[in-house]
Design a protein around this ligand. Structure first.
Ligand code: CS2
Ligand code: MG
Length: 405
């Protein structure tokens, strides 16, 4: 069996998605997600110009060697663009292997470790009561875990809360250029503890809550937040501080027992090696698309299990259903799976383009027995939603200083 053709598609049903299709000479094909939000065309160029030509004629069954070839074989290792390209090829090859074996990918990984995949849903509100009303809806729909985010009083735009805008395209207007958001750590501290206090008063302690700080705090501020939130028993605090300097998480860890989660922007095992090995975190949030695919995530998952770190893969709407499928197969297998972020199965356009067979039952994702990843991609429908340039916002302090996003 040989790889005959590699096609790269960019479509935009509300968000841009880069999808890779690896086609074999025997007619089987596999799908991969290579979406890097705001950098889509850079991955397309890397895939088309530098990756695809090297793989034509190769045996698609040699997943490991192809992974090593694309990672070790190049002089410029790592980085989000390279790793997303590797990830998409890797997912497509696992998809092909599953289809050849007529088995879902999770069976190739070692089979099921659980009956379903526990999700956490998002409750993003304009104020605390609005956030809690949204949380209530999720609880009524059977979710056992919810991420709570609320607009910060006194700030014009808060991360994760779109206000009257329906999506990020609308937030950017017709220019499009990066929208700007304001940040004030002092204002954030004035309202954040109240959110969890009221949440526990209203819902008790049976439901799990998480919160995403989106890297806005310094390590010592993150430590303080973790400490203040201890009485409210969070499942985890996400991206409490940036950990480019992985050592800095020692400061957070040594001051609080609130569990810590990080990793959605990480691209390799090296980005989280020290955090995991020094047991500075509790959940690793790497995404298959951004950290080298199923092959790489399996390796990170096994490494994490040695140090009691669980997986909680990134599940934002800018990861395509193909990446979500890759996560589902890893999640149902991983002995140290923690929880999967879940924002719903998208809008009508997305569902026309990507067809999957997952169902949600009581806040859990249930797998189908479809071979491979179990996702179909409708090329004609994708062509109806062409690429639109788009940026994530930037964050500034109230005096204009550029801040972490
Ligand atoms: C967020 C993301 O889901 C999350 O945890 O941090 O929404 C993130 O902002 C986007 O994926 C950025 O591309
Ligand atoms: Mg996040």
């Amino acid at each position: 069996m040989k790889i005959q053709e590699i096609k790269v598609f960019v479509c935009s049903p509300g968000r841009n998605f880069v999808t890779v299709k690896v086609i074999t000479d025997e007619g089987t094909y596999g799908l991969g997600d290579a979406t890097v939000n705001g950098r889509e065309m850079a991955v397309v160029a890397y895939l088309e110009e530098h990756v695809a030509p090297c793989l034509i004629g190769r045996d698609p069954q040699e997943i490991e060697d192809i992974w090593q070839y694309l990672y070790k074989g190049v002089y410029w290792r790592k980085g989000p663009i390279t790793m997303a390209a590797i990830a998409a090829i890797d997912m497509a090859l696992w998809d092909i292997k599953g289809k050849i074996a007529n088995l879902p990918v999770y069976q190739l990984l070692g089979g099921k470790s659980r009956k379903g995949v526990t999700f956490y849903a998002h409750a993003n509100g304009e104020n605390i009561d609005d956030t809690l009303d949204k949380a209530q809806e999720h609880i009524e729909n059977g979710f056992k875990a919810i991420r709570l985010q609320s607009a910060i009083p006194g700030l014009k735009v808060t991360y994760g809360v779109l206000g009257d805008k329906k999506d990020y395209f609308e937030l950017q207007g017709s220019r499009p250029l990066p929208p700007e958001e304001e940040w004030s750590t002092a204002k954030y501290f004035n309202s954040i503890v109240e959110l969890f206090k009221k949440a526990r008063e209203r819902f008790g302690y049976d439901v799990h809550f998480t919160h995403d700080v989106h890297s806005r705090l310094t390590p010592i501020e993150a430590a303080k937040l973790g400490k203040l939130l201890e009485p409210y028993n969070l499942l985890f605090l996400e991206d409490a501080a940036i950990a480019e300097n992985q050592d800095s998480y020692k400061i957070v860890r040594h001051h609080t027992t609130t569990p810590l989660a990080i990793g959605e922007t990480y691209n390799t095992i090296w980005d989280c090696k020290d955090l995991i090995q020094n047991q500075l975190i509790d959940y690793i949030r790497v995404a298959a698309t951004h950290a080298g695919g199923i092959t790489a995530l399996k390796r990170i998952t096994d490494f994490a299990s040695v140090y009691n770190v669980k997986t909680a893969p990134h599940g934002a709407p800018d990861l395509s259903p193909v990446c979500f499928a890759a996560h589902m197969h890893l999640n149902i297998w991983a002995p140290n799976f923690g929880i999967q972020e879940f924002v719903g199965f998208g809008n009508e356009g997305l569902n026309r383009i990507f067809k999957h067979k997952f169902t949600v039952e009581n806040g859990m994702g249930m797998m189908s027995e479809a071979p491979g990843l179990g996702v179909e991609f409708d090329e004609a429908a994708a062509a109806e939603y062409p690429y639109k340039r788009s940026y994530l916002p930037v964050s500034r302090l109230e005096d204009g200083t550029l801040w972490n996003w």
